[in-house]
Ligand binder design. Structure first.
Ligand SMILES: Cc1cc2nc3c(=O)[nH]c(=O)nc-3n(C[C@H](O)[C@H](O)[C@H](O)COP(=O)(O)O)c2cc1C
Ligand SMILES: O=C(O)C(=O)c1ccccc1
Length: 390
């Protein structure tokens, strides 16, 4: 594993400036959204940027992170730093992974392959969505020997579920993320008002349409009746009838780490540990599922406490830069997933855009650690933060 000096990106940018070039994309990643709006059509833009209901959960995610404030320390020799962490039994060069984001071909023609390559080049784990627009085997190939993590939307049909797990294992994916907050899509007014859903046009169905078990359930082959195939996909994509004992099915068929994504309540974290899984992602799906929900960073401390040393706790929802990663780590997350910012980077500049986003987040994190007296994530504690009264 390489030990990059992430903060060097700052000097690289300034040195390029001396030679007359400026970064092609802003380094304040909150600015990417407005730029992406100009690139993506209204349907795709609304789909990526949008969230559930009135958007209150997406706002709560930002508000929760904003309320925590970093309290820097000085004179602690921070000249040499190492951002690597041990997570789920492997060492990764920084506490960051790319969150599973489906249907990337609506963002950029190079889609998942470009995002996965950008992540692999920095040794940042890429979590491939079940709903990718590129089959999992093809994305795996593009990643070389980098960490391959797979996200499962747990299909209603156990044959398809089993087939996805077998294919993912055969393609070299090692960690399984099971997303539990999306057995059906939330109420998303932007998509409803545009009457826009990518998979209605067959985007995001690549893993399904190439799957032998899925195809067996079709009356006619996909190319003869694409609409029928999409209807079949919509019918088995999620299963709102699942309960905790069903997890045994996955535990029996996956011998690597299993992480449940979308756990917000401490009691659910305890149940996850009882079920023998390895970790949870505290996440409200970037506010895309339940409006009026608690901000993810406000749910994090109680889940961390309930997890104790039984579960690895990861975090996402609302992270827009290195300072947000810092806060989530200080609150007890072991690794943070990045969602929309890299999707916008992809939309704007393909693989190079995703690389820029990764480097910005990690440079800012490295500098936030150094400038507050830390040489790595390991020494962060809740005592590095204070909470402003709401
Ligand atoms: C366009 C889009 C598609 C997504 N697709 C998936 C998916 O296929 N599977 C999944 O588990 N989460 C999916 N998510 C949720 C992300 O994994 C992550 O939880 C969320 O984006 C984090 O919030 P943030 O965007 O505020 O960083 C998606 C999010 C977006 C914005
Ligand atoms: O849009 C989403 O948030 C999402 O998770 C999803 C669900 C189904 C297919 C693709 C993405």
């Amino acid at each position: 594993m390489t030990r990059p000096n992430w903060a060097d990106y700052q000097y690289e940018i300034y040195l390029n400036g001396m030679a007359g070039t400026r970064p092609r994309l802003p380094t304040d990643l909150t600015r990417l959204e407005e730029l992406a709006e100009g690139t993506l059509g209204p349907g795709p833009y609304g789909y990526v940027a949008g969230s559930a209901g009135d958007g209150s959960t997406a706002r709560a995610n930002r508000a929760a992170l904003d309320r925590w404030r970093i309290v820097p320390r000085v004179l602690r020799d921070v000249h040499e730093r190492d951002l690597s962490v041990e997570v789920l039994g492997r060492r990764i060069p920084a506490p960051l992974a790319l969150a599973p984001v489906g249907v990337m071909s609506v963002m950029h023609a190079d889609a998942e392959t470009a995002a996965a390559r950008a992540a692999a080049a920095r040794e940042v784990p890429f979590i491939l969505s079940s709903a990718s627009s590129t089959p999992m085997e093809q994305v795996a190939e593009a990643m070389g020997d980098a960490e391959r993590w797979f996200q499962l939307y747990w299909p209603k049909d156990p044959e398809v579920a089993g087939s996805f797990l077998a294919r993912a294992r055969a393609a070299g994916y090692t960690v399984l993320f099971v997303t539990l907050d999306t057995p059906m899509l939330g109420w998303r007014p932007r998509d409803l008002d545009h009457a826009y859903l990518p998979f209605l046009h067959g985007v995001g169905t690549a893993n399904y349409f190439t799957d032998p078990a899925f195809r067996q359930g079709l009356a006619k082959p996909v190319h003869e009746d694409p609409e029928g195939a999409v209807r079949h996909f919509l019918g088995l994509f999620g299963d709102p009838a699942k309960t905790w004992p069903d997890l045994a099915f996955l535990r029996e068929r996956w011998d690597g780490p299993i992480v449940l994504k979308g756990v917000m309540h401490p009691d659910d974290a305890r149940r996850a540990a009882d079920a023998g899984v390895d970790g949870v992602v505290v996440s409200n799906h970037g506010g895309r599922q339940v409006a009026g929900s608690v901000g993810a960073a406000d749910a994090l401390p109680r889940v961390v406490q309930a997890a104790g040393d039984r579960l690895t706790v990861l975090f996402d929802s609302g992270v827009r830069g290195g300072a947000d990663v810092y806060k989530a780590l200080a609150l007890g997350a072991s690794t943070v997933l990045l969602g929309r910012p890299y999707a916008y980077g992809l939309a704007l500049e393909g693989q190079a855009g995703v690389d820029h986003v990764i480097r910005c987040v990690l440079a800012e994190l490295d500098l936030a650690l150094a400038l507050s007296g830390h040489t790595g994530p390991g020494s962060l504690t809740p005592g590095d933060l204070v909470r402003e009264s709401p």
